[in-house]
Write a protein of this length. Structure first.
Length: 329
C-alpha cells in the first residue's frame, strides 16, 4: 500500500520548512488566542493540500530548479488555512464534538468562539497574503471561500429536503472538496512560474483528484471498521444522500425508493434505520458502484500527468492518486 510518508519523500524538507513558515506567520501574542491557534495548527491532519501545492510547484519548476520557495510556501499556507477554517465551521454546523480523534474547536471553546476562531484564521490568512504583495496567488485562491460556502448551503438544503440528483451531488462535492484541491494543484504551478496551460492542467488534475477523494470519504462513511475519526454512517444521521446510497435510489422503483427515504428520515433517532440502510448499500452494490466512479476520476487525474517526464515528483503525484483509492481513514 502506498503511504503518505513515501509520497512526501521528494519534498520532505520543504514540508518541514512550510510548517515553520506557517508557525511564524500565525504567532499570536494574545495568550487565549495563541492557545486556540496552536491547538488548531497542531491538528491539521495529513496536509494533503499543502503537499499537493509543493509537488505541483516542483513538477512545474523551470529547468534546473525546484520551484519551491517563499511564494510556494505562501500559496500552500493560503489553501491550508482556508481548509482548516472551513473544518472548524463544518464542526459547528454539524455539532461535531471530535475532529481527528481530538476535541473539536466548538467542543473545546463553545460554538460561538469556534466561529470567531475560524473567521480569525481566514482574516489573518488573507491579510498575510495581501501584505506579501503576491496578488496573483491571492486572487487565484480567494474565490475558493465563496465556492466552499455555496457547497455547504447546497448540501444543507438537499439534506433538509432529503432529495438529490447525481448532478447536484457532483456539484456539492466539487464545491466542498474538489475545488480546493484543484486550486492547490493550480496555485502550486502558478507559484513556480508555470505557463497558463500548465496551471490549467494542474487545476484539472487537482479537481479530478478531489472528486475521487470525496467519493472515497463517502464510501468510507458506509464502511464498517473504517478509521475515519468520526462515527460511521454519520452522513445518514445528518440526512445526507451521498453516492453509495444515491446509486441505490436511482435504480430503485418508486415503492423501494420511498422505503429507503423513509428509513433515512428516521436515521437521526433510530439506529435500526441506520443499520438497515447501511446493510442495503453494502448488499446491493452501492459501495462497489461508487468505487468505480471514484476510480474513473483517478484515471482522469493520472492521464493529465502524462505530458510531464517520469521522475520522482511525477511518481509522487501518481502515488497520491493510488493513496486516495487505498486509504481507509
Amino acid at each position: 500500500m502506498v503511504t503518505l510518508d513515501a509520497i512526501r519523500g521528494p519534498v520532505a524538507q520543504e514540508l518541514e520548512e512550510f510548517d515553520a513558515f506557517v508557525r511564524r506567520n500565525f504567532k499570536v501574542e494574545n495568550e487565549l488566542l495563541s492557545g486556540m491557534v496552536d491547538y488548531i495548527l497542531s491538528s491539521r491532519g495529513k496536509g494533503v493540500r499543502p503537499l499537493l501545492v509543493l509537488l505541483s510547484a516542483a513538477l512545474n519548476a523551470p529547468a534546473g530548479g525546484r520551484g519551491i520557495g517563499q511564494r510556494t510556501y505562501l500559496a500552500a499556507m493560503l489553501v491550508e488555512i482556508i481548509h482548516t477554517a472551513s473544518l472548524i465551521h463544518d464542526d459547528v454546523i454539524d455539532e461535531s464534538d471530535t475532529r481527528r480523534g481530538r476535541a473539536s474547536a466548538n467542543a473545546k471553546w463553545q460554538s460561538r468562539n469556534a466561529v470567531v476562531l475560524g473567521d480569525y484564521l481566514l482574516a489573518r490568512n488573507m491579510e498575510l497574503g495581501m501584505r506579501s504583495g503576491q496578488y496573483d496567488l491571492v486572487s487565484y485562491v480567494i474565490a475558493s471561500i465563496a465556492t466552499l460556502c455555496e457547497g455547504e448551503l447546497l448540501q444543507s438544503d438537499r439534506a433538509e429536503r432529503m432529495e438529490i440528483t447525481r448532478d447536484a451531488y457532483l456539484e456539492i462535492i466539487y464545491k466542498k472538496t474538489a475545488s480546493l484541491l484543484g486550486i492547490s494543484a493550480g496555485v502550486g504551478a502558478l507559484s513556480a512560474g508555470a505557463n497558463r496551460e500548465q496551471v490549467a492542467r494542474m487545476r484539472r488534475f487537482g479537481d479530478a483528484l478531489g472528486m475521487a477523494f470525496q467519493i472515497q470519504d463517502d464510501i468510507l462513511d458506509f464502511t464498517r471498521g473504517a478509521e475515519t475519526g468520526k462515527p460511521s454512517n454519520n452522513d445518514l444521521r445528518e440526512h445526507k444522500i451521498t453516492l453509495p446510497l444515491l446509486l441505490l435510489l436511482d435504480r430503485a422503483d418508486a415503492a423501494r425508493r420511498d422505503e429507503l427515504l423513509a428509513l433515512l428520515a428516521r436515521c437521526r433517532e433510530d439506529e435500526a434505520a441506520v443499520d438497515a440502510l447501511q446493510q442495503a448499500v453494502e448488499e446491493q452494490g452501492g459501495l462497489q458502484e461508487a468505487s468505480k466512479v471514484m476510480q474513473s476520476y483517478l484515471q482522469r487525474a493520472t492521464a493529465l500527468l502524462a505530458e510531464w517526464p517520469d521522475d520522482p515528483i511525477r511518481s509522487a503525484l501518481v502515488n497520491l492518486c493510488a493513496y486516495v483509492a487505498e486509504r481507509n481513514r
